[in-house]
Design a protein around this ligand. Structure first.
Ligand SMILES: Nc1ncnc2c1ncn2[C@@H]1O[C@H](COP(=O)(O)OP(=O)(O)O)[C@@H](O)[C@H]1O
Ligand SMILES: [Mg+2]
Length: 364
């Protein structure tokens, strides 16, 4: 199977072997080795998860638009081996950026970027700085790419007011009779309803622009060089589409700067770590300040709050609906996840002046 899929990509040389690779939770990934004369070459082959991506062709077209653009920019800047500096696709023999198998599954091949690792947990400010730098560099490289060239593969994604309406609906219907049990959480959400529109209002009024963004900027989607410890590039571009930089920055902070994690066992451990935040913001702005407008930069400080609010209310809504969206392994898991996010939000509210001061410091 793997060999027959590989033969449909423009890969030259002799196939040596393919082995399962990485710890990604979404797609199936293989590392594939070829020999071209004396030279060993490695490629990543992935099958897109059909349960997650309903529009694989559009997803792959977006990835091609973005990766071609980044490779062109690096080549124009004189980088000799752009394929080792950013994710770059190998076209199929048909010319498409993907191969479809008999069951309609979409496959893609990319150059393997050598001597890199990914980290699930951000355990030091040095790593947080590199995660921020990887995100900032990615956004900077696509900052001159027209968002309208990309498909909207995930309509309503990160539209916080939309998620709030869905939450209201789930609460009203209360089909599992869980509303009474979550009254304190519902009150917490309701007291902060304004938070939902803080970013989208600015986009709608034109104060901040639509750009090309990553949309899944978790720590383990930044390749870190084993040789230098520096960020090389972002991977996992399935969710790339038009959006605002704030959801990328905010989500990166939300996931990388709370050492207790999304499934924190002890509520007392949940917090935004100020040293991790300061380092991540410094790394990010070191790369992104060049293209961000002053309004965009200023709003970065509150973006982690908005996205944390969004995720908290999505978990809570799913709990009220009877766990139909987020997979659970125990009965009250979505309620627990909602509580983790709402507690993190509370800590972010407490740390807001400090976070704003850190962003301001990095603006000058
Ligand atoms: N071009 C690449 N070069 C090197 N390693 C890669 C490359 N693409 C993916 N990987 C590795 O494969 C893993 C899974 O890839 P990813 O695209 O993040 O899939 P998932 O959606 O499953 O997280 C990554 O964590 C990384 O270790
Ligand atoms: Mg990944």
């Amino acid at each position: 199977m793997i060999e027959s899929i590989l033969s449909q990509f423009e890969i030259s040389g002799a196939f040596v072997k393919a082995e399962k690779w990485g710890t990604g939770l979404i797609n199936d990934t293989w590392l594939c080795e070829y020999f071209e004369g004396e030279t060993a070459r490695r490629y990543i082959l992935q099958r897109l998860n059909p349960g997650v991506f309903a529009l694989p062709v559009q997803v792959m077209e977006n990835i091609r638009t973005v990766t071609d653009h980044m490779v062109r920019r690096l080549a124009a800047a004189g980088v000799v081996d752009p394929q080792q500096q950013v994710l770059s696709l190998i076209p199929a023999v048909t010319g498409h950026p993907y191969v479809l198998d008999a069951s309609g599954g979409a496959w893609r091949a990319t150059h393997f970027i050598e001597s890199c690792s990914v980290y699930d947990i951000v355990s030091s400010p040095d790593l947080a700085r590199e995660i921020g730098r990887g995100l900032g560099r990615f956004q900077a490289l696509v900052s001159d790419l027209q968002p309208r060239l990309l498909h909207d593969t995930l309509p309503s994604f990160h539209n916080t007011p939309y998620y709030l309406r869905e939450f209201d609906e789930a609460l009203k219907k209360d089909i599992r009779s869980r509303a009474a049990e979550v009254r304190p959480e519902v009150e917490f959400v309701n007291r902060r309803r304004r938070t939902a529109s803080l970013l989208m209002d600015r986009l709608d009024s034109g104060r901040i622009p639509l750009r090309v963004v990553h949309n899944d900027p978790k720590a383990n989607n930044v390749l870190i060089s084993d040789l230098t410890g520096k960020a090389v590039c972002m991977i996992d571009l399935d969710t790339v589409k038009p959006g605002i930089v704030h959801f990328d920055f905010g989500d990166c902070v939300r996931s990388a700067c709370n050492p207790a994690g999304e499934d924190a066992k002890h509520f007392g451990d949940i917090r935004i770590d100020p040293d991790l935040f300061a380092a991540l913001a410094e790394g990010y702005l070191g790369e992104a300040a060049i293209f961000l407008t002053p309004d965009e930069t200023e709003l970065l400080a509150l973006s982690p709050k908005v996205i944390t609010y969004e995720l908290g209310l999505r978990f809570l809504a799913d709990y009220l609906r009877g766990d139909t969206y987020f997979k659970t392994t125990s009965p009250a898991q979505n309620l627990h996840r909602a509580r983790v996010q709402l507690l993190l939000l509370e800590d972010m509210e407490r740390a807001a002046p400090q976070m704003a001061a850190i962003i301001k410091k990095n603006m000058t």
